[in-house]
Write a protein that binds this ligand. Sequence first.
Ligand SMILES: Nc1ncnc2c1ncn2[C@@H]1O[C@H](COP(=O)(O)OP(=O)(O)OP(=O)(O)O)[C@@H](O)[C@H]1O
Ligand SMILES: [Mg+2]
Length: 578
Amino acid sequence: GPMGAAPHRQLWALLSPERGRCVLVAALMAASVLGGVAVPYFTGRVTDWVANEDEVGAALPMALLGLGSAIAEFTCDVAYAGTSSGALGRLQRRVFATVLRRDISSLQGTGTGAVTARVTGDVEATHAALAEALSPLLWYLARGLCLLLSMAWVSPRLAFITLLALPGLLLLPRAVGKVQQRLSRQVQDAWAGATKVAMETFQAMATVRSFAYEAEAAKRYQQRLQHVYQLEGKEAATYAANLWASGFSALALKLGLLCYGGQLVATGAITTGDLVTFLIYQMAFTEAVEAMLHYYPNMNKAVGSSEKIFEFLEQEEQAAPVGTLAPDVLQGHLRLEEVWFSYSEHQEPVLKGVSLDLHPGEVLAVVALPGSGKSTLASLVLGLRPPSAGRVLLDGHPLSAYQHHYLRSQVAAVLQEPVLFSRSLHANIAYGAGSWHQEQVVMAASRAGAHPFISLLPRGYDTEVGELGGQLSGGQRQGVAIARALLRDPCVLVLDEPTSALDAESQLQVEQEIFGASRAGRAVLLVTGQAALAARAQRVAVLEGGRLHELESPRELLRPSSHFQLLLQGRGQGGTVG
Ligand SMILES: Nc1ncnc2c1ncn2[C@@H]1O[C@H](COP(=O)(O)OP(=O)(O)OP(=O)(O)O)[C@@H](O)[C@H]1O
Ligand SMILES: [Mg+2]
């Protein structure tokens, strides 16, 4: 059918953790449906008793059943709402988590729109499927089946007649409705056409006049209008036919049932009460079938959207295999092999075959002019973007092979424009996986030179960054970001202009921390545009035109006639050095 099996199964799988509640919902639904069916039965019995002037003993069970059925229906609705929102919340979290796992380049540009549509629009549509279409659809289905069975039980012959009349009763009005819809669209088009003729004529009035075309123009407009009126006549006729078709077939069925049922009562095949019961059943049954026909297309539409979500999740989950490596001992040997990278296919590559080896205990400074790809290189080393070609290896394995949390605890970064979240300073430093003690956080902040300013704040480490708003200076923000990176004591530390905004004292503190890496056995990749800072590293490489050249010694960087110095002077930016 139009509804593929897969999305249904997936929607069903989505509900599976709430299986117990689903059973409860099903039981309540059955109870309410059965109660609903039992009421007409007792109505029939009451009729019989009244006809035979018996005691009216069925009134009490009838009232109780009606009440019980209503309570069951209400409880069912509540339980169902809880179940579906639980399932939906899970789906939303899964979609969100999947989006966060994508590499960041796919979230830029047009990607963001599609992804946002998945997270908001399609999830909402699936919610509609679960909350607004699936539950009534199931309820009416159960009710319809139950009513049909009861009808057959009261009188198989009358039930058969009802079934025979069903296509005429439901499908005919639908078919006529479709024709009517098409006609009303045609009427709208025809009106638009007539208006267009009028507009054209008015706009070209001068031409119409100068060629004495007035009469012809009027005639053309007249023809268009006639076409519209014809179509409108047809539409009105189908509307009437539609009303007539549904009204008449319902009436015909009722008359037929009454005549035939009356005969059956006369011959004693059924009682008067049976006939009353049956007629109530029949009305409820028609109503249930109508409701199903109403909800089915809605359900279909919603299933279409959920299909898109499941497709997206499947694609993503296949596209990005989750890394599993988490060795107890990581040396921290970083290696780039012929790494190429460009932001888009049409753009000149930013990195053109960059290779480097960085061993534990070493500090490698990569120095380059602004815009030559330093931050790009840093994001590749962090695995935030995949290389277009080549490999980024950590202890011989590609970054993607490592378990996500493990990798983030071993490779830490201070990005060029650090982002703080609107939480406390403590939470910002201890951001990410793992939990940390206050002393550890304070220690990290001291090493990053951020402790002095934090301890001056009235609420210290509990100060909300959101409260501070823009009051946190660039340097303070950088200090917090450095503390965040140092806290987890990583094997590999990637720093992108870490000291650019710091005051002299903090700068000294941080530099001590960076260049003391050999003692800590840490590999540090320091990416900077400041030649004086880079010159303090053990090894220095210059990134130029997408290629990386390592200098023989860091001192070369500061020699007035060195390549980098000449490069700077050529750009007229000698002033930024030192
Ligand atoms: N998200 C992006 N999409 C497209 N192009 C980008 C993107 N980010 C950077 N670029 C381009 O890539 C090149 C390198 O940028 P990158 O940010 O790596 O330079 P940088 O060396 O860090 O510069 P700076 O010293 O100013 O921080 C630049 O030409 C830049 O325009
Ligand atoms: Mg940069």
